[in-house]
Structure formats: structure tokens, C-alpha cells
Write a protein that binds this ligand. Structure first.
Ligand SMILES: Cc1ncc(COP(=O)(O)O)c(C=O)c1O
Length: 437
């Protein structure tokens, strides 16, 4: 621990007992957070343009969510999901299903301790479904590169992120990874629309090449952090839906990052009018008040795997997480935050427009309240996403840096709270510009 000029203590490795996420960084104590702002104990304030890890949906510090969690803690803090249900769990599941398209009307919700656990649950459901429907040879999950589904070993096996996978490759199951529809840096070197979404045919081919062993295709309907939150052409998801239906394999939509209104629809897959068999949620579902995720499972899948689905965590169906989810979903519904994210897209775009002329910026894009900026690290005034995030930090702005896939420039992702004030949206644009200076 050392004292900063303002006399607020700072913390760093190796002096602290904490195993930090970033061992090279000096940390300050976050004292309070409200709306789109986080304040440290020395009084410095940051505009949270990325909701931490692209997580905050209803804004920091919502008193009604705090009350909902506290009320549940007082009544029943914990029961084992195999022994009891709770009113919070029942109501959260009903609200969640009610937020989705009618195709999910009879779907069931499996609440998990986080996004990666929700992805693991979805993968195991796909395998259990294959077994239950008489296809014991089906165990592979076709997924995308670049792509990210979590840092547990199962989720990493289906994630197209070389730097995260490399050290653990001997531990990862071999899964087919196909080119994602990442038009700004097309992995196939093609251009839309002349490409006729050739990347979607890659999915068909991967399922074919798997030679009867594919159980599911797992996609991020709007690409996640690894591709800077880029929204692909709608034809892509529709083609993938057709291919999975023809091959008789499940479609899993990972909407951990894009769900709960982030892109201006409750699910990003709604843009393509596609309903997946399994939807994975996290992040905005709890808005960071507690760790949590969920899997929404269509009844055909639930009925097939019941009653033999052997799965669960100590903290699945957790009553306090359920109470938080219930309240967050109520706020999203009552404050019409999905429509708000859609209507703020134009203002967000206007706020980011000045970036277009910057030689350090290769490109940028927006969908709802999710935006990505691709940097030219070698360009004039260029720097890595981490360096850019450090410069933004100095200007009181939090952004989410992602090291670009090998040989490509870095990415900066923005995902402000869906409740962000219009002036703060404009302020993000101003601070971003000054961070490039
Ligand atoms: C699309 C996607 N899926 C899954 C995850 C994993 O979620 P968690 O970090 O809560 O385990 C993430 C996290 O960034 C994600 O972006």
C-alpha cells in the first residue's frame, strides 16, 4: 500500500494480499457508484462507458435492486436448488420468459452463478439432448473465431481467442471453430454483400465435416468483445438457423453480452428474427449487483433431457441472485430500457462520429448501446487498446480494451448503462476524442 498525492491509499502487487486481475496495475479503492459514474476514495470520478466488463444494464447503485437483494437475504438467503424453489426464482423466470419472443413461451430458465457456467450448462444440455434423442455420437459444438464464451475450460474450448486458449490447449476439448461474420476484418478476406455471407456456409461445412458428431452450433448473434461488438448482416443468423434445422442440431445463442436490451432488442438475435433452441444470458441480467447468468431452454429440449439431466452448482437457482434478476428485469420493463437503447443508438453514433477522421481509428460501429472501435496500432498516433484505455482513464473515462486477434489491430468496446443520461453519452464522445490526443 502506498499513499497517492491526495493521501488516498493505492494498492499493488506484491504488497497486497490480493491476487489481482492485472498484477502490473496500481489499484485505487472504488468508494461509490451511481448511474453511469464511479467514484474513488480520493474523490476522482470516472464516466463508466463500458459498464465494467460490459455488464451494467440498469445503472450502478439502483436502490430498488439493493432493497430486493436485502429483502431476500433477510428472508431466505440460501436454499439448495434441488430442495426448494423460491418466489423470487419463480417470478424471475416468468419475467425473463415474458421478455422474449412468443417462441419461448413455454421455455424454462436455469439460473447459474455466472456467464461461463451458463455456457457450460448449455453445452451439457446439447450433449444430453443428443444422448436423449438417440445420437450418442454427437458431442461437438461448432462455434466461431473470433468469439468468446467464458474462461472455464469447457467454455474456452468453444472460444475463438488464441491468446486465452494457448496456455491451456492440452486441456481443451477439440471443437470446430469457423470464421465469424466479422465484416470489418473478414476472416475469409471477403466483402459483404458480394460474399453472400460465405461464412454462414462455413457453418454448414463444419457440421458436415464433423461427420455426424456435431450436437449444436453456438454463436454470438451480435459479436462480442473479441470482435468489438460488431453486428453482422441478419442473413448470417438466418442461414445458420436453416443449417442447424436441416442438420437436426441445436442452435445456441450466447447473449451473455448482447442480451437484456444491450443492442436495442431484448435479444440481439431478434434483429434476424431467429429463435435459438437455447439462449445463454449473463452480465446485464444482474447488472453486476451479483454474479449470475441464465440459460433459457425451449421446451422440446427440456422435455427430451428430463428427468435425467445430471447437472447443477451449489449456487445455481440462488434466491438472492433470483431476487436481483427479478428486480433488474422489472426495471428494464418498467423504464422501457430496451426501446431506450434502440432510440439512443443515433445519439451514440453522433457522439462517436468525430472518431471517423482520426488516423489512429481503423473503423467503428454501433448497435443500440454497444459500440466498437478498431484501432490501428501502427498508424499515426496509434497505440494499443490497453494504452488507449490508460489514456481514457486519465481523462476520467472507462473503456473496455481487447487485444486484437494475432496480426490485427486492437479493439475498444463501449457499453454504457442503458439508463445513461443523454449528456453523458455526448460526454463519452468528448472524452474519447481527448484520449486520442
Ligand atoms: C459472450 C460471452 N459469453 C460468456 C461470457 C462469460 O461470462 P462470465 O465472465 O460471467 O463467466 C462472456 C464474458 O465476457 C461473454 O462476453
Amino acid at each position: 500500500m502506498t499513499a497517492s498525492p491526495e493521501e488516498a491509499p493505492t494498492f499493488r502487487y506484491p504488497d497486497s494480499s490480493v491476487f489481482y486481475r492485472d498484477l502490473e496495475r496500481t489499484y485505487q479503492i472504488a468508494k461509490r457508484a451511481a448511474g453511469a459514474w464511479i467514484e474513488a476514495d480520493d474523490g476522482r470520478r470516472w464516466l463508466d462507458a463500458c459498464g465494467g466488463a460490459l455488464t451494467i444494464s440498469v445503472g450502478h447503485g439502483r436502490p430498488e435492486v439493493v432493497r430486493a437483494a436485502a429483502g431476500q437475504l433477510e428472508n431466505v438467503a440460501y436454499v439448495h436448488g434441488a430442495q426448494f424453489t423460491t418466489a423470487a426464482m419463480e417470478e424471475a423466470a416468468t419475467l425473463l420468459v415474458g421478455s422474449l419472443s412468443p417462441a419461448y413461451r413455454d421455455a424454462k430458465v436455469y439460473l447459474t452463478p455466472g456467464g461461463a457456467e451458463a455456457v457450460e450448462t448449455a453445452i451439457k444440455l446439447a450433449r444430453a439432448h443428443a444422448l436423449a434423442t438417440g445420437h450418442p455420437e454427437r458431442h461437438r459444438i461448432v462455434s466461431q473465431w473470433p468469439g468468446y464464451h467464458g474462461n472455464t475450460l469447457g467454455a474456452l474450448a468453444v472460444s475463438g481467442r488464441d491468446s486465452l486458449r494457448a496456455p491451456y490447449l492440452p486441456l481443451l476439448a477439440e471443437m470446430p471453430l469457423v470464421a465469424a461474420p466479422w465484416c470489418p476484418r473478414c476472416p475469409l478476406g471477403l466483402r459483404y454483400p458480394e460474399c453472400e455471407v460465405a461464412c454462414a456456409s462455413e457453418v454448414d461445412r463444419a457440421v458436415e465435416r464433423a461427420d455426424g458428431t456435431a450436437a449444436a452450433v453456438l454463436v454470438e448473434p451480435v459479436l462480442g468483445a473479441s470482435a468489438g461488438g460488431f453486428a453482422p448482416p441478419d442473413d448470417y443468423l438466418r442461414s445458420v438457423r436453416r443449417a442447424t434445422a436441416e442438420a437436426g442440431v441445436l442452435l445456441i445463442a450466447d447473449e451473455v453480452l448482447t442480451g437484456c436490451g444491450r443492442t436495442g432488442r431484448f435479444l440481439a438475435s431478434e434483429y434476424a428474427g431467429v429463435d435459438a433452441d437455447i439462449v445463454v444470458l449473463g452480465k446485464g441480467l444482474t447488472s453486476g449487483f451479483l454474479p449470475g447468468g441464465a440459460v433459457v431452454v425451449r421446451p422440446e429440449v427440456v422435455d427430451a433431457v428430463a428427468p435425467d439431466f445430471r447437472h447443477g452448482f451449489t449456487f445455481s437457482h440462488h434466491p438472492v441472485v433470483a431476487a436481483v434478476v427479478r428486480e433488474v428485469l422489472r426495471v428494464i420493463r418498467d423504464e422501457r430500457l430496451v426501446a431506450r437503447a434502440a432510440s439512443l443508438e443515433a445519439e451514440f453514433r453522433t457522439a462517436l462520429e468525430p472518431l471517423g477522421g482520426n488516423p489512429a481509428v481503423e473503423g467503428w460501429w454501433v448497435r443500440g448501446l454497444l459500440a466498437g472501435i478498431a484501432l490501428h496500432p501502427e498508424g499515426a498516433g496509434g497505440r494499443s487498446a490497453r494504452q488507449f484505455a490508460a489514456s481514457a482513464w486519465e481523462r476520467g473515462l472507462l473503456v473496455y480494451p481487447v487485444g486484437g486477434p494475432e496480426g490485427q489491430g486492437d479493439l475498444v468496446v463501449l457499453a454504457p448503462p442503458l439508463t445513461i443520461h443523454r449528456d453523458d453519452l455526448a460526454e463519452i464522445g468528448r472524452r474519447l476524442l481527448s484520449a486520442f490526443a
